[in-house]
Design a protein around this ligand. Sequence first.
Ligand code: ATP
Ligand code: MG
Length: 387
Amino acid sequence: MATIKDAMYVLRALKKSGYEAFFVGGCVRDYLMKKDSNDIDITTNAKPHEVMKVFKKAKPTGIQYGTVSIPNENYSIEITTYRKDGVYIDNRHPETVEEVLTVEEDVKRRDFTINGLVMNDAMQIFDHVGGKDDIKNKMIRAIGEPTERFNEDALRILRAVYFQAKFGFQIEKNTRTAMEEQKELIHNLAKERVLNETLKILKEKEQLKALKTLDTTGISRILPGLDKGIKYIVETQKEPLFIDTFFALCFTLNGSVPSEWKFSNVAKNKYEKTVHLVNMRRPLTDVDLFTYGLEICLLANKVSFLLNYTPFQKQALEKRFETLPIKSSLDLKFRANDLIQLLNKKQGAWVSKYIDELTILVLEQKIENTYDSIKAYVLKKEANHEK
Ligand code: ATP
Ligand code: MG
């Protein structure tokens, strides 16, 4: 988290060296809305190498776009030379960026009016795009011609939804129509970026409002496997969902986890197991708790509950997990070696099958987890077998 005041020295130092410099974008918007910012952006007519001369700590972090950054512990200060973007390739990256002379021109390339305000070192705000009124009226509006702006960079379609999720603002009519009409361009974006922007949307307070927009504009149909889930959530929920609950519910209704999403293996595995458990449509057993662990069982129960398949059983599951006779096969008091010795047979695939069977019997509390009672069970079983 950062405030404008933390970075005021940057504007002053650039000014002292003879350059123009302004705070720009999110940090000015957040200042007007009396909120903290994630990071601070500064726009200046100084060239990157000139900025680096003024601040020894500055590193080139996006030099092809004219950006250098001053790293801090919890936030960064990004300083970008006034620019305008050339022709866009792949609906995302300008092929060239061109330096421009004035801050007015720089703000025209930015996405939404609320992100196009600049502020000087005397805390005066300059509004070349109508951003102040839009903040007042709680409105997300593309700068310039919306169709053109989404065509240049389709990520802006999801960014509009993100700012709605963050602030609860309405999306201006023409901007919204253009998002709807151009939604297919999202297919051209890198999958990592789509995931990243989707996660940003889900983390914000007004998640449900944003999901409603995704549903009614049909953008949800572009996001693999989320369509049915988003519709269901919008129709039934009053509170935002946790990210895992959201994806697990969507993928349950979808029937599988689409491979297009670039989840970590841990997350993918979690969602796949949850989908499997929920779609079995039966109450969770102690064997499930043992096999899948508490986290996945709680997630599966939450999703089953939201889908009206089963009652909510968070506390009961936690308690049952606590009192499971064993939590891992290492906890079994009768081990593979004991079995081999007792039966005097060669090591083989039969061992782990046998151990699994014993594990389940212990979990189902049909035998006690002691060496003696498991041994007694094995001997009895073998005797029956030989009869
Ligand atoms: P957040 O609070 O999420 O950080 P932000 O407005 O600061 O919101 P950033 O992604 O940090 O958003 O971008 C900083 C600024 O750069 C924006 O305010 C906007 O002016 C500009 N910007 C960022 N991404 C784009 C884009 N895809 N197209 C046009 N301008 C953009
Ligand atoms: Mg930012």
